[in-house]
Design a protein around this ligand. Structure first.
Ligand code: SF4
Length: 213
């Protein structure tokens, strides 16, 4: 029987940002650490190193390993909060920047909630995202809609992993913020712009060149 590759929680966010980025990192193990990712890792290592504590009726556990075997998910949560009177669990994810116009962060948080639900049998109703740049905590409802969107991404990532393929490069505005930009090289590798790039090189040179005598 063929082993099914487990899906790291981070892969969901990579896929939702760009399927090619997800494949480069998780199928091809390519990784480029740029300023943004290094800063993100620094933040997470600070969060992970905190000791467990209880304050105002809430227990805080940091760097909690989670998994949902039925979904093939595995990963680590930044922070898990437990209400000591109700037992309600709340996953909290720390992010380097500010809230994004997309649902990337919410998907990763929802996947954590799905792991917790499978591990504990408890329904997780709410999580939270904490943004370092704005120093603000945003509550996130683990709604049916978010669950459905997260399941779609989990299914798509599982298919990407099973295929072992890497989608072709295609330059979009988001590429400028991608930590794999130099390795992916979308402006050159996407077929049309690659041809245009070469044509432009020669188009610019030709007027100055003299024909050989
Ligand atoms: S540079 Fe663009 S196409 Fe390449 S992996 Fe990043 S986002 Fe995807």
């Amino acid at each position: 029987m063929q082993d099914t590759k487990l899906i790291p929680l981070s892969a969901l966010q990579h896929f939702a940002f760009c399927p090619r980025q997800c494949a480069l990192i998780h199928n091809e193990q390519v990784w480029a650490e740029n300023f943004l990712t290094a800063q993100g890792q620094q933040l997470h290592s600070r969060v992970d190193s905190g000791e467990p504590e209880t304050r105002k009726g809430v227990r805080f556990e940091r760097g909690v390993q989670v998994a949902a075997h039925s979904l093939g998910l595995i990963g680590k949560m930044d922070l898990l909060e437990k209400d000591t009177s109700t037992g309600q669990l709340t996953p909290v994810e720390y992010k380097r920047g500010r809230p994004k116009p997309t649902d990337l962060d919410e998907i990763q948080l929802c996947a954590q909630a799905l792991c917790l639900e499978e591990m504990t049998g408890q329904t997780v109703k709410e999580g939270a995202l904490w943004y370092h740049q704005t120093r603000h905590r945003h509550p996130v409802q683990i709604s049916d809609r978010l669950r459905q969107r997260t399941m779609e991404v989990i299914t798509a990532v599982a298919q990407l992993f099973a295929s072992g393929q890497t989608p072709p490069a295609k330059y979009e505005k988001k590429c400028d913020a991608c930590s794999l930009f130099d390795l992916c090289n979308p402006k050159v590798l996407q077929k049309d712009s690659s041809r245009r790039y070469i044509e432009q090189l020669f188009a610019e040179e030709l007027p100055d060149e003299k024909a050989p005598e």
